[in-house]
Design a protein around this ligand. Structure first.
Ligand SMILES: Nc1ncnc2c1ncn2[C@@H]1O[C@H](COP(=O)(O)OP(=O)(O)OP(=O)(O)O)[C@@H](O)[C@H]1O
Ligand SMILES: [Mg+2]
Length: 365
């Protein structure tokens, strides 16, 4: 077990222990490793230290990369240094930096919508869930955590924003279709790409989460980028996130990727709230006939096997694609697609409420 009580891949553990810190202890043994995972030959290692020890960790980075790359099973190494938590064991405990420790929760429920794979409909689902929540009379927000490929501006039809304002209360979100939205897309010129290193991405997400004036929102939905990288780590480390909803399509490959995303959240202690199956059945726009192009029910079966709530099925329908491109989410309507999102939003809220409740305490008199 590592410092956080997780089982660490033995190959990673051995390689990390081959690198010693200033005290001469192996990194894993010294409790310097916040998390370490190996996925498809890519090793992601997160190290933490109090701010005054951060330079020590920076010096260790090349050594870690060299030690890990010696392993046949490791093709690429990503080392993420965080200096915003007290080191777990060996180092003397330091107070947490103020912004991190005292940041109030951004909303009553903060829910990340994620998937391992790109293009499964995370953004479309996140946007429509938020609209469905707003239509129920809740104050809803969307944080676009896809810094490199933000989709939220287009999905909400806000493609001509002139930046984001910061007032005394914090970053002022824009408002569209009754939802508060914040996106990197509002800070970039059309066609411009954010060329940032990982720690900058993490910083931007933390700022969007903790420094935006979400105005006491009921629910904040976070649209996650694909994969298991910097944004996922930022969300895990920022704290104040109720949990993650995993979007997957019924194909086996997408489910495999979904499993990787779930493993990542579990390793970083972000609870899984449930699974949503997107593109579960194709509804023909001409005859209304249904075809199960990618199969159906895979996510429900997976959720059952994992003991997680199944939050609903969203059909594959051209209206959803068309309306997403037009910037008018289909959840604004009253048709079957809007109803599917309304049901999924209810299920998601119920799962978030359940996740908040502490496990019942059994007392023996
Ligand atoms: N159920 C659906 N029916 C029809 N089109 C859909 C459906 N879900 C998503 N789409 C469309 O599929 C495309 C990809 O969706 P989206 O951008 O939401 O995926 P994503 O997982 O967020 O992608 P990325 O990984 O790039 O962030 C978009 O054009 C979207 O409108
Ligand atoms: Mg997206």
């Amino acid at each position: 077990m590592n410092a956080k009580g997780m089982t660490m891949d033995p190959v990673l553990r051995a390689a990390l222990d081959a690198v010693t810190d200033a005290s001469g202890a192996g990194l894993a043994a010294a409790g310097r490793v916040e998390s370490a995972m190996l996925d498809g030959g890519v090793a992601t290692v997160v190290l933490t230290a109090p701010p005054d020890r951060a330079p020590d960790l920076d010096a260790l980075k090349p050594k870690i990369e060299k030690a890990l790359k010696k392993q046949k099973s490791i093709r690429k190494v990503r080392v993420v240094m965080t200096a915003d938590r007290p080191a777990p064991a060996a180092a003397p405990r330091q107070p947490q930096p103020k912004a991190q420790a005292q940041a109030p929760k951004a909303a009553r429920h903060v829910i990340a919508v994620a998937a391992g794979k790109g293009g499964v409909g995370k953004s479309a689902v996140a946007a429509n869930l938020a609209v469905a929540l707003a239509r129920k009379g809740l104050t809803a927000g969307v944080l676009d955590a896809d810094i490199y490929g933000p989709s939220i501006p287009r999905l909400f039809g806000v493609t001509d924003a002139k930046g984001l304002r910061k007032t005394g209360a914090g970053i002022e979100p824009l408002q569209a279709h009754g939802v508060k939205i914040v996106s990197m897309g509002f800070l970039l010129k059309p066609g411009q790409a954010a060329v940032w290193r990982g720690p900058m991405v993490q910083g931007a997400i933390r700022q969007f989460l903790n420094e935006t004036d979400w105005g006491g929102a009921d629910v904040l939905v976070i649209d996650m980028p694909p994969g298991t990288g910097d944004a996922q780590l930022a969300i895990a480390q920022a704290g104040g996130v109720d949990g993650a909803v995993i979007v997957c399509t019924p194909q086996d490959l997408a489910l495999d990727d979904a499993r990787k995303a779930m493993a990542m959240f579990e390793q970083t202690h972000v609870p899984l709230l449930g699974l949503i199956e997107n593109m579960s059945v194709f509804v023909c726009p001409h005859c209304g006939g249904e075809s199960e192009i990618f199969g159906r029910g895979g996510a429900r079966a997976e959720a059952e096997a994992l003991g997680l709530p199944f939050l609903g099925e969203i059909p594959l329908h051209i209206d959803l694609r068309r309306r997403s491109d037009e910037g008018r989410p289909v959840a604004l309507d009253d048709g079957p697609l809007a109803q599917a999102f309304a049901r999924a939003a209810d299920q998601m809220l119920a799962a978030a409420e359940t996740a908040r409740k502490p496990a019942p305490e059994i007392r023996f008199e």
